[in-house]
Each structure stands twice: as structure tokens, then as C-alpha cells.
Design a protein around this ligand. Structure first.
Ligand code: AMP
Ligand code: MG
Length: 469
């Protein structure tokens, strides 16, 4: 594994050298062979547990990155990698760099009293959920490995510990910009913005203020696309703080995430999200808000006159809502196979969403049934039969293909994920995960095991998730 440092030139206190803390008895629990192959990571099977627990210190000049963050709207100037070490970046076949990060690898200068560790359950959740999201065609960080530490992490109750290895096109967050802006480090900000542009938005060739205005516009475009793709499959991130928002537009951090089953924009599963700030239907507002925090951080790069900078940034931020509305309407149209745009579509969609909520219909299974109904393979749910008369008039021979491409047959159901986690906690492995991976590998296609993974859990209303600390 040829690891390249990436962030050491940004600013003095941005990437702080720090080594992982070794663990007692590292055991490789999950290994993503296809991802390893994609990045040419050819570490012998016997060496993987040592390398991806952080026990093997020979190959790495690890760092912990600094970042700030608005957490549930409240600003913390110094968060940073409190339980993660960035080993460096690997190049893919096109010479693009990808960060390799260990999470749960011990305390760092950013730990603020935390133990720097990760429990096994959250590590497995991150691996399984991010790979499922990737299979669903949603931009996300990926996972290469989960290594059990052989140690107990003291949570309530105590749990086995683990280290999860994450691969991301970068770990540049909205909070990374906030971190440098808060310190008044304009040079660091410029270095970071230029790195983000070089890696994620190389088409931006403008100079001066235009360059950073274009960066903001590009991030907004990607955030809109990301949130629309989440909503297409019913994903609720659960903790959309600015430190968990990547400039690349990849999904980051799977702590309290969950999938919506019964359709309701107000769905919240996270136990700490009492106000519903990160509810399913509020995700676009929050992504917009987070982009506004990025815009504020970029002010020093725009011009010396703050008011003028704000005047230039504001219309770009204001465009978020319009872009979102356009793409959101297009999303519903594709989920319903509506081909040519028509004035009646808006009403048709609104009527469906009202019925879905009123009858507490399962989001995924309903759209799957509507899709399959077009080829006579499923029935339209009874509560929708009247509505479907008008809908069918708006479909044509292309509709099935359009719908099949965007309506998953299977999603990572909350009760399935919980069962996989408890199997790992009890035995260090999961037979359910093998079947789940087989089905999830092609989430838009039929398969033998499909029906078992389409079942909806009755206790979903009481389901709660927790920040995976
Ligand atoms: P997260 O909820 O994983 O996004 O983490 C939010 C912040 O809390 C980040 O700065 C983390 O590094 C920090 N953090 C979370 N868990 C721990 C832990 N066990 N030890 C130290 N820092 C932590
Ligand atoms: Mg985080």
C-alpha cells in the first residue's frame, strides 16, 4: 500500500501527526475484497488485522485532522478527529487519491476526554450501511475492513471494540473550512479550497473570487443531488452536522442513520434529535443551511469587503432551493415513470404522498409494487387503486424501465441491520450478512432471497438509533 500524505501543507495545525494506539488482540472481521482490488491494496491476509487496527506502525505517518462543526445548530470551534487516524491516501488507476482512515484507533489531540474508540456495532453498521448505499447508487464513503480489537469499550453497556477502515475521496468537510475561518487563517483556507477544487471540481479554472464562488456553486449542486438521492430510497442520515458534510458530496458517518419504512416526512429515529432537526423531510433545509455555513467560511477568499463578499455569495446560496425543487420533482416523476412533463403531475404526486402517509404505507415496497404492477407482477396496494387509475393514464411503455432504475426492490431495513449487529456482538460473525449482501448487491433486481428482505418490522415505530460513540 503506497500511502501519500495529503493535508500536511494546508496549515500548521490542520493535520496533526499522531499514531494509533495498539489494541490487544486484533481480528479481521470484515474485508472488502473488491474495494481492495479497486485500489490495489495488496496486503497479505495474515497482515490485514495488524495494519487495519493500527497495530502495525511501520508503514504509516498517520495524522488526525482538525475541524469545527455546527452540531444540532451549535458551533464547536474545535472538534477534529477524536477517534480516527488518517493513514494517508492511495492512488486509483486514474491517479486520483483516496483517503484511508482508521476510525476507533485510539485517542488523538482532538479527543476532548473521549476514549478514541469505537464499539463493534457502530463499526459494522458503518461498513454494512455504506456498502448498501453504494450498491443503491448513492455517493458515499466506502469501507475496506472491520477489525475487532479484542478489547472492551466502556459504553452503557460495555461492548466489544473495533476499528473500521474508511475510504473517501477526501475528508474535506464544511467543518474543515469553518476550522480555518474561525482561526482567521486565510492562507490555510485558500490552500484547502484549492485542494478541494483540484480533487473534486477540476473543471473550475477561474481565478480570484470567481474561483471560490464556483466552488460553493459546485458543492451546492452535489449536496442537492446527494439529498435527493437519499430521499429517493428513504435514507435518514440522522446527524447532518457541518462536520459530517463532505465537500465531495459523499455521504459521511453512519452513526444514527436509519431507513424510513412507513412514509412520513416527519420520520426521526435518532434518540437525541428531539426537535426533528434531521427528520427525513427536513434534510434539504439542513443541507442548504450547511452550505450557507460553508459560504460564510469562504468570505475571506472572496474579497476584503465582507458586505460585498456576502452580496456575491448570497445568490448562489439562494439557488439551492430552486435546484432542489427542480430535482425533487424530477425524482418523483421518475419514481412514478411519468414520461413527458404535465401540469397534472404535481397534483398526482401530492395526492399519492397524502395517501402514503394516511395509510402508513411502506415507502420502498409501495414503489416496488407500483413498478411491478406495470408488468403484471404485483398488485397496486388497495389504498391506492383509485389514485392509480389516473396514474396509469400518465405512464407509457417506457415507464417500467424508468421506475425500475430508481425504485429499489430492497433497502437495508433497520431490523435486518440490527440483527446483523447483534449477531456480530454475540458471535463475531453473521450468517444473515452473507444473504443480505447477496440480495443487496443488486438492489434493483429480482433475486431468490428478495422476499425475506422486503419484510417490514412491526416495531419500527419504536425504533431508535444512537450516535455511535
Ligand atoms: P461523530 O459523532 O462520530 O461524528 O463525532 C463527533 C465528534 O466527536 C468528532 O470530533 C469525533 O472525533 C468525536 N468523538 C466521537 N466519539 C469519540 C470517542 N469515543 N472518543 C473521542 N472523540 C470522539
Ligand atoms: Mg463525524
Amino acid at each position: 500500500m503506497n500511502l501519500v500524505p495529503r493535508y500536511t501543507q494546508i496549515a500548521d495545525n490542520f493535520a496533526i501527526q499522531d499514531q494509533p494506539t495498539s489494541v490487544a488482540n486484533p481480528q479481521l472481521l470484515l474485508w472488502n475484497a473488491s474495494l481492495a482490488q479497486q485500489f490495489n491494496i495488496d496486503i497479505a491476509a495474515t497482515a490485514r488485522a495488524n495494519v487495519f487496527s493500527g497495530n502495525d506502525k511501520q508503514t504509516i505517518a498517520a495524522v488526525a485532522l482538525g475541524y469545527s462543526g455546527h452540531q444540532f445548530g451549535h458551533f464547536s470551534p474545535r472538534l477534529g478527529d477524536g477517534r480516527a487516524h488518517l493513514l494517508g491516501a492511495v492512488a486509483d488507476a486514474e491517479q486520483q487519491l483516496w483517503d484511508i482512515q482508521l476510525k476507533g484507533s485510539g485517542a488523538t489531540p482532538f479527543s476532548r476526554g473521549g476514549d478514541g474508540r469505537c464499539a463493534l456495532g457502530p463499526a459494522i453498521r458503518e461498513y454494512v450501511m455504506s456498502e448498501a448505499m453504494h450498491a443503491l447508487g448513492i455517493k458515499t464513503t466506502r469501507c475496506l475492513a472491520v477489525v475487532g480489537s479484542g478489547e472492551t469499550v466502556y459504553r452503557n453497556p460495555p461492548q466489544p471494540g473495533a476499528i473500521v477502515t474508511r475510504i473517501a475521496s477526501s475528508h474535506i468537510r464544511v467543518g474543515s473550512f469553518q476550522y480555518l475561518a474561525t482561526q482567521g487563517d486565510t492562507e490555510g483556507l485558500k490552500n484547502l479550497a484549492d485542494l478541494a477544487i483540484a480533487r473534486h471540481y477540476p473543471d473550475i479554472t477561474a481565478t480570484g473570487a470567481e474561483r471560490y464562488l464556483a466552488l460553493l456553486a459546485a458543492v451546492i449542486k452535489n449536496q442537492v443531488e446527494l439529498v435527493v438521492s437519499w430521499m429517493r430510497v428513504g435514507f435518514i442520515h440522522g446527524v447532518m452536522n457541518t462536520d459530517n458534510t463532505l465537500i465531495s458530496g459523499e455521504t459521511l458517518d453512519y452513526g444514527p442513520c436509519a431507513m424510513m419504512n412507513r412514509f412520513d416526512f416527519d420520520t426521526v429515529f435518532s434518540s437525541i434529535d428531539k426537535q426533528g432537526r434531521y427528520a427525513f423531510g427536513n434534510q434539504p433545509n439542513i443541507a442548504n443551511w450547511n452550505c450557507a455555513r460553508l459560504a460564510e467560511s469562504l468570505i475571506p477568499l472572496i474579497c476584503d469587503d465582507d458586505d460585498h463578499a456576502v452580496a456575491l455569495l448570497t445568490p448562489i446560496i439562494n439557488d439551492f432551493a430552486e435546484q432542489f425543487n427542480r430535482q425533487f420533482s424530477a425524482m418523483w416523476a421518475s419514481k412514478l415513470g411519468l414520461v413527458a412533463e404535465s401540469a397534472v403531475d404535481k397534483e398526482l404526486i401530492a395526492a399519492l404522498l397524502t395517501l402514503l402517509k394516511e395509510h402508513q404505507l411502506d415507502y420502498t415496497n409501495t414503489f416496488d409494487a407500483l413498478t411491478e404492477s406495470l408488468i403484471g407482477q404485483a398488485r397496486v396496494p388497495e389504498a391506492l387503486t383509485q389514485w392509480a387509475v389516473n396514474w396509469r393514464k400518465r405512464t407509457n411503455e417506457q415507464s417500467y424501465k424508468i421506475m425500475r432504475a430508481v425504485n429499489p426492490r430492497v433497502i437495508p431495513r433497520n431490523h435486518v441491520i440490527e440483527k446483523i449487529l447483534s449477531e456480530y456482538n454475540d458471535t463475531g460473525s453473521s450468517t444473515l450478512l452473507n444473504d443480505f449482501n447477496t440480495v443487496m448487491a443488486n438492489p434493483y433486481a429480482d433475486s431468490k432471497l428478495l422476499a425475506a428482505f422486503q419484510l417490514v418490522s412491526e416495531d419500527d415505530k419504536e425504533y431508535r438509533t444512537f450516535c455511535g460513540t
